[in-house]
Design a protein. Structure first.
Length: 347
């Protein structure tokens, strides 16, 4: 059973990676840029075929991929090369990969919400003696804002508690059609292992029509983007350690475990859980790729923005060297994360 989960995990990762690279491919073709190769994975080629001017290939290790454009790294006289195009066109091509990740996350999210709905940020119950009860909240109150953050799902309440441990929060809620405010300071709960307000979620899910389903899909993608950014902030500020990061091995294991745990609930819930993992991973990949790190799409976008401001390109040899060093560092980090994933499996 778990092996099936791992296979599904690998397929899901491949689909997400291909969709990212497809964003680059479509944008390149739309801007009449010659694409020499489009491949999934890395290492030796398992099989390939050529359609038009582009060679499509599958590599033996199904993690990673590339859309290789003419003149992307080297100088060329071809008028359809990447570097011959206006800077705005190149920005669109590079940004399209992460944008497609967010689009995929949105598609998956809309499917999930259309199928089962959402858990609204409505108080379903209160733990006796905990801060939420003492603040005056009542069952049936709908929480719409926590400090300056708008709330759309119950899970955002939990996320806010996790990322603002022990901090008091001004809560705006709706009761009988009227807005009210109160202040809650969470307390540490040893059983839960974290700070809590003492709020139970409303039982069940609420479904909406097509327009609001798409709107909540957008809210959901926004939630995962914020979750990723906040997690990265905690990593940079040393609130979480590098050893807590997961790479391909850890992600495959997590998806496999999720598949095994949900398989008893039937195919529908397996599918929805896999799609939910897809939302998280795709949104995460989109965010990470937009970071201004050399070797990633965000690093390349940074150089393009600099070119747009200066009116001329940074010397290619300097830019390529920066990206090369960045890729080496990223490769080293990935090796560490993979070994860390394997270590965590066996401890």
């Amino acid at each position: 059973m778990r092996v099936i989960g791992y296979i599904i995990a690998i397929i899901l990762l491949c689909v997400i990676i291909v969709f990212h690279e497809l964003g680059h491919l479509i944008a390149a073709k739309a801007n009449d840029i010659k694409v020499n190769e489009f491949w999934l994975g890395f290492g030796p080629t398992i099989f390939s075929f050529k359609k038009g001017e582009t060679t499509y290939a599958l590599k033996c290790v199904p993690f990673g991929g590339a859309c290789v454009m003419e003149g992307e790294e080297e100088d060329t006289d071809d008028e359809r090369s990447f570097q011959k195009k206006p800077v705005w066109a190149r920005i669109i091509v590079i940004a399209s990969g992460p944008v497609f990740n967010f689009l995929m996350a949105l598609i998956f999210s809309v499917i999930i919400i259309a199928s089962i709905g959402i858990v609204r940020p409505v108080v379903g119950g209160l733990q006796e003696g905990y801060p939420a009860e003492e603040s005056g909240l009542m069952t049936g109150d709908e929480i719409v804002r926590m400090n300056s953050k708008h709330i759309h799902f119950y899970k955002e309440i939990t996320m806010y508690t996790i990322f603002h441990e022990g901090q008091p929060v001004d809560v705006t809620f709706v009761r009988d059609g009227e807005k009210h405010s109160t202040t809650i300071t969470p307390v540490y709960d040893s059983d839960a292992g974290r700070y809590i307000y003492g709020i139970y979620s409303e039982p069940g899910y609420t479904k909406y029509g097509p327009a609001r389903t798409i709107l909540y899909g957008i809210y959901d993608v926004k939630y995962w983007i914020q979750y990723t950014l906040r997690s990265l902030e905690m990593l940079v500020t040393n609130q979480i350690g590098v050893r807590e990061l997961s790479g391909p091995v850890g992600i495959v294991k997590t998806i496999g475990d999720t598949y095994e745990e949900s398989s008893a609930d039937g195919p529908l819930y397996v599918t929805l859980n896999m799609l939910n993992m897809g939302v998280l991973i795709s949104a995460d990949l989109g965010v990470v790729n937009l970071l201004p790190i050399p070797g990633l799409d965000g690093g390349r976008l940074l150089f393009l923005v600099i070119e747009a401001i200066r009116g001329r390109r940074v010397k290619p040899e300097r830019e390529n060297m920066v990206h090369y060093v960045g890729l080496i560092c990223m490769f080293g980090l990935m090796i560490f994360i993979v070994f860390n994933d394997i270590y965590k499996i066996f401890i």
